[in-house]
Design a protein around this ligand. Structure first.
Ligand SMILES: [Ca+2]
Ligand SMILES: [Ca+2]
Ligand SMILES: [Ca+2]
Length: 428
């Protein structure tokens, strides 16, 4: 009778243990069987996952997340988790934090140790980045974590595994933005800014961008952080332009902005000037179709402000037909600005000063005045052939004068002159 009782009891015990173990596996929370019915034991349950389940065939990084809990009814002893990485893989040595409750030796034995876990206690989650060597696209590799402690009700749930699959490597540089445009006046500055992005899953090689200076434009040296640029003749594939180098771009990385530009010269209204930047790298790309950035400048019509700084050679305060323009430079016309009236929306390009004392500025509709700076031996004069409403001849010879405000519309051409005399008077 006692034998029968025992066997029935053992049968019941096994059943409840089995149910308990299954429930424990399913929820990870339930104790294995009624407390009074089974020997009280610890039961570690391990769960492992990876945050990146696919890496390129060129190799890559993932992070192992490990959770260990004691689902048993009794405290465990010390917990040791041993990791097995795929062949050639390695744990990162920095860039992550081990919770203080764990003590890990990832570079040596590849184990982490935790103090005993009370019944029901969940250990702090471990997040361990690891690197994978190059592999074959389509292959999967597995990371395994195995926990060990003293006597447990089950060790079947002590192993956590997660897989990472190799996918084909891709690398693709593309300009962001790839197409820009603007409308400018003749003699205006062209400023272009773009960046380069690696939209593949593998690093690029060193990057080179070449930008020839197009016809109708004069380029100038510019610097861009993160880029090493040279400007000059024969650098942009043999042509005058920019050649800029950038270190390899990581998957998903966008470079710093790349700046280049210059001033429109020898263009006329309606001209279209296109700047083309071309990127290349030392490794094969998915496509080369997106390796060009185009900046299109359409030369638009504005108004023209022009005039002459003329020298009253015979000192009669009249611009006689024989009298010519002042020289340009430190003893003549030093600077001419076409200034925008404060609050006016006008804007324009550089004022070109010619050796014969004439000047030209292309401006948008707006209100402007011309500001002249001439140097000794030249100084401003009163004359009916001068449009200055104000001038000041300094002792020392840095002389300044300006015209009244003039409002111009698209297509207008206005002429504003300034009369000067030279202390070295030459009659004509
Ligand atoms: Ca266990
Ligand atoms: Ca590309
Ligand atoms: Ca005269």
């Amino acid at each position: 009778m006692s034998v029968q009782f025992r066997s029935t009891r053992q049968h019941l015990l096994r059943s409840s243990l089995l149910v308990g173990a299954l429930a424990g596996l399913a929820t990870g929370l339930l104790p294995t069987g009624p407390a009074g019915a089974a020997p009280s034991r610890a039961d570690l349950v391990v769960a492992a996952s990876v945050d990146t389940v696919e890496v390129p065939a060129s190799g890559g990084w993932s992070t192992l997340t490990l959770d260990v809990r004691n689902s048993g009814t009794k405290a465990s002893q010390d917990v040791t988790v041993a990791f097995t990485l795929p062949a050639g893989a390695w744990f990162s040595s920095d860039g992550f934090v081990i919770p203080p409750s764990w003590s890990c030796d990832l570079q040596g034995t590849a184990t982490c140790v935790h103090a005993p876990l009370a019944a029901g206690e969940i250990a702090d989650t471990l997040n361990l980045p690891f690197g994978l060597p190059p592999g074959t696209a389509g292959d999967a590799v597995t990371v395994t974590a195995t926990a060990k402690t003293g006597m447990e009700s089950s060790t079947a749930n002590n192993i956590g595994q997660a897989s990472v699959r190799y996918i084909p490597s891709t690398m693709d540089l593309e300009f962001v933005p790839a197409a820009t445009s603007q409308q400018l006046l003749p003699n205006e500055y062209v400023n272009v800014s773009t960046s380069l992005r690696n939209s593949g899953n593998s690093p690029s090689g060193e990057v080179t961008v070449t930008i020839p200076v197009p016809a109708g434009m004069q380029g100038s040296e510019m610097s861009s952080e993160g880029w090493d640029c040279a400007f000059g003749d024969g650098v942009a594939d043999g042509r005058t332009g920019w050649r800029c180098i950038h270190s390899p771009l990581w998957p998903g990385e966008t470079s710093e902005q790349l700046y280049y530009g210059g001033i429109l010269t020898s263009t006329t209204v309606g001209d279209v000037v296109t700047m083309e930047a071309t990127a290349a790298t030392t490794l094969p790309e998915t496509t080369l179709e997106n390796n060009t950035a185009r900046h299109t400048v359409t030369v638009e019509q504005g108004a023209i402000v022009r005039g002459t700084v003329w020298v009253d050679g015979n000192n009669n305060r009249v611009w006689d037909t024989c009298e010519v323009g002042a020289p340009v430079g430190y003893e003549g016309i030093y600077r001419i600005e076409v200034a925008t009236q404060p609050g006016s929306s006008g804007s324009g390009g550089l004022t070109t000063i010619n050796p014969d004392g004439t000047f030209t500025a292309y401006v948008r509709p707006g209100t402007y005045r011309v500001q002249f700076h001439v140097y000794d031996p030249h100084e401003f004069i009163d004359s009916i052939d001068s449009d200055l409403i104000y001038y000041w001849n300094e002792t020392g010879g840095a002389n300044y004068g300006h015209t009244d405000w003039v409002t111009v519309a698209t297509g207008d051409e206005v002429t504003l002159d300034a009369g000067v005399r030279s202390r070295w008077i030459q009659t004509c």
